[in-house]
Ligand binder design. Structure first.
Ligand code: MRU
Length: 340
């Protein structure tokens, strides 16, 4: 079992994913500011795990202060605002905080009861995520043939969720079911979530895999017998347009060209039915330095112009199906997503 997050003695312990796979170091959060910092710097990342961490951030905020009653509630309201603004694209963050909202706004006159209600709901979100991962794995089994070669992008495993993952939960379930699969993991520039994190998880579970550079996936589709591509998502619009790690869109375009089915795996907490299409999804733009350098070593001319969108949107028409915790939704997505 990978220990990516733990709650003990009022301390939220997070595995510092920036240091993987070289160092396994944990951050002990006793202040919600530390959790915000972990989310912003990608020490903790992946849409569902960001949501779980934010929910726990509210609990940490309620416990770090001596304030009582209405002052305590105001303190928690302030924490909620800051946590909500920590990253813009993964809707699981907003979803988790929305779930916390009725408890945040409830009567704080009995401070102990107020704090324990916050803790109960945040742990509900956490435990539910473990179950959602399990169900995605179960439902996803049917799309993975025996001896399948699978391409995946970014990290969608235990390091991105509280459980087995999203796309990686499907991969794990297929491996456990004895399907003799082989995974091609995109390294995922610029921050190498595929190379550093997915490869680490696959090795941990002894799932056969080959690490490839992002630019190799078309070559791999042409020259290896690839049966499917499966990735996660950070936000899925009502029509099925799906935001995920930068590079996913290009992968889906190439999959279409090579007649390889492209699937998304995501829990219902990643759906944003308040928006009709992917055009309305805010794409996080990150620092230029992440592209200009890696691990503090400059890999490009100093101060050169850089573009660094953290995500892109794959249009629904390129997606063969969305594997959710409530079953697989096939195109056209608008009705199917509403139903689940
Ligand atoms: O910037 P990150 O590392 O948080 O991006 C993560 C992804 O893009 C994942 O693919 C996504 O969260 C879905 S899988 C849980």
């Amino acid at each position: 079992m990978i220990k990516q997050i733990e709650w003990k003695n009022d301390i939220l312990t997070l595995l510092d994913q920036r240091l993987l796979p070289i160092t396994e170091k944990y951050i002990e959060c006793t202040k919600y500011d530390q959790i915000i910092d972990a989310i912003k710097t990608l020490a903790v990342r992946g849409a569902p795990l960001i949501g779980v961490s934010a929910g726990m951030g509210i609990v940490v905020a309620s416990k770090e202060t001596d304030k009582k009653g209405e002052e305590l509630r105001q303190y928690v309201i302030e924490a909620e605002k800051k946590l909500r603004a920590s990253r813009p694209t993964a809707v699981n963050l907003m979803w988790a905080l929305d779930r916390m909202m009725p408890f945040i706004m409830s009567d704080p006159s009995d401070s102990e009861a107020y704090i324990s209600a916050l803790e109960k709901e945040a742990l509900n979100i956490w435990n539910e995520d473990i179950e959602l991962c399990r169900k995605m794995g179960e439902y996803g089994l049917e799309i993975v043939p025996q001896n399948a070669n699978i391409i995946t992008h970014c990290n969608t495993g235990s390091l991105a969720t509280a459980g087995d993952g999203t796309a990686l939960a499907v991969i794990r379930a297929a491996h456990r079911a004895g399907k003799n699969i082989h995974v091609f993991a995109d390294e995922t520039r610029p921050l190498l979530q595929g190379a550093r994190l997915t490869a680490w998880e696959l090795a941990h579970d002894s799932i056969p895999f080959t690490l490839i550079c992002d630019g190799m996936s078309s070559y791999v589709m042409k020259n290896k017998k690839i049966d499917l591509v499966i990735t996660g998502a950070d936000r899925i619009a009502g029509n099925g347009d799906s935001a995920n790690k930068i590079g996913t869109y290009g992968l889906a375009v190439s999959a279409k060209y090579h007649n390889v089915p492209f699937y998304i795996a995501a829990p219902y907490s990643t759906l944003d039915l308040s928006i009709k299409s992917g055009e309305q999804i805010v794409i996080e733009q990150r620092k230029a330095e992440e592209v200009r350098a890696f691990g503090g070593v400059r890999t490009s001319p100093e101060n050169c112009d850089v573009l660094n969108p953290a995500f892109d949107v794959t249009p629904a028409e390129l997606i063969a199906g969305i594997i959710t915790d409530r079953g697989i939704v096939r195109p056209p997505f608008t009705e199917g997503l509403k139903k689940i």
